[in-house]
Design a protein around this ligand. Structure first.
Ligand SMILES: Cc1ncc(COP(=O)(O)O)c(C=O)c1O
Length: 382
């Protein structure tokens, strides 16, 4: 029996699932904008690759422990053209079966009891859960009003015990964007305190209105202290394929590789070659996906504004991060939306206590459905 596992608090998303299932079982039609799972199709060119690989006898054995050479080449090319970043794929790259588990494995490979992991106060849940599984302590770094992390709030003792610091820009659920200068500030902090900086770049391609998302690896010298995760899940509608990568600091990648190779066999060849195709074709595949999210964002923001809500359209991600209307508790609001118009949203407290009073809407339904969701939100929130 794992005592550590038993001591971890319940997952809010389980609770949300249970409530959703209850309404579905009662025959209620729901508009689910709770989960961040892209509803668009896997690009045809990627599907063709998966079909080819599945039928290829030469590819049916165990995959490479690290990265398939074609995946490594495609990722290296993508990082160079998209960010102007050069990596040595043999030392500075590892294929992952999704960035969620890669993040968890990195934390588990680097921390243990007595160590601290610095986590943004509103966070994607795996940051804290992997920290707790490692027996380490998550320390929450507060946000400044503009969404940057308040590094001055970190005490000298916390900084001394910190092994890993996680940043997530563009942020889920906060939708906060970041500049390269700001990333340089985190790199400088990591260097000054000898902390491994982990940048979770799940939303690298989902940006609008001319904003181009930077990579931490663009900061000169970043690979001395930083690693970054990228994923095919959001950029290419490939959440079910499970392919991602981590790139950056060679020592951290080697440690992650050592951890992963003790418990697994590398990432499915089919997933890696699908990922290779996606990254090779990123320039054509990403724009239509982004255009669809932008149309949905604009539609939902306009509808909510018409109803008197103050909403700023986010420059990145596939979410709106909104205030729970006055007079509602977090679950009360979520329940009222499900019970009434049948709209499923995620309560902000799924992303930590600091998320209380907020809720997240994912742009994973058509504009038409999002308009219905907006209507439901406006009616219940009146
Ligand atoms: C910030 C962030 N990081 C990581 C992930 C996990 O992505 P993957 O599908 O690569 O595991 C998500 C998924 O929602 C996310 O929002």
């Amino acid at each position: 029996m794992s005592h550590t596992l038993s001591s971890i608090p319940p997952y809010v998303f389980y609770e949300l699932d249970a409530r959703r299932a209850k309404y579905r079982a009662a025959g209620k039609t729901l508009i689910d904008v709770g989960i961040g799972s892209p509803d668009g199709p896997i690009p045809a060119v990627v599907v063709e690759t998966m079909q080819r690989v599945a039928a290829d006898r030469a590819l049916s054995g165990y995959p490479h422990f690290q990265s398939h050479p074609e995946f490594a080449a495609a990722v290296t090319g993508y990082l160079a053209t998209r960010f102007g970043v050069t990596i040595d794929p043999a030392r500075e790259l590892l294929a992952l079966a999704g960035s969620k588990e890669g993040i968890a494995e990195l934390v588990l490979a680097h921390t243990g009891p007595g160590d601290v992991v610095l986590v943004p106060e509103v966070y994607y849940p795996v940051y804290t859960r992997s920290t707790l599984l490692a027996g380490a302590e998550p320390v929450f770094v507060p946000f400044l009003p503009d969404g940057r992390l308040d590094l001055d709030a970190i005490t000298a003792d916390q900084a001394r015990r910190a092994r890993v610091m996680i940043i997530n820009y563009p942020g889920n659920p906060t939708t906060v964007s970041v500049s390269l200068d700001e990333l340089a500030r985190y790199v400088a902090f990591a260097e000054a305190h000898d902390v491994l900086l982990l940048s979770d770049l799940a939303y690298s391609e989902l940006s609008f209105d001319g904003y181009v998302v930077p990579s931490v690896l663009q900061v000169p010298g970043a690979s001395r202290v930083a690693v970054e995760t990228h994923t095919c899940s959001k950029s290419f509608n490939m959440a079910g394929v499970r392919v991602a990568f981590m790139a950056g600091n060679a020592a951290a990648i080697a440690r992650l590789d050592a951890y992963r190779s003790n418990i697994g066999y590398g990432v499915s060849t089919m997933a890696q070659l699908a990922g290779a195709t996606a990254f090779l074709h990123a320039a054509e595949l990403v724009p239509p996906i982004v255009a669809e999210y932008r149309a949905r964002r604009d539609c939902l923001v306009a509808a909510l504004r018409t109803g008197g809500w103050e909403v700023t359209p986010p420059a990145s991600t596939m979410y709106l991060w909104l205030d729970v209307p006055a007079g509602f508790g977090d679950w009360e609001w979520v329940d009222a939306l499900m019970a009434g118009p049948g709209v499923v949203v995620t309560p902000g407290l799924a992303f930590g206590d600091a998320g209380k009073g907020k809720f997240r809407v994912s742009l994973v339904q058509t504009s038409e459905k999002l308009l219905q969701a907006a209507d439901g939100i406006l009616t219940v929130g009146r």
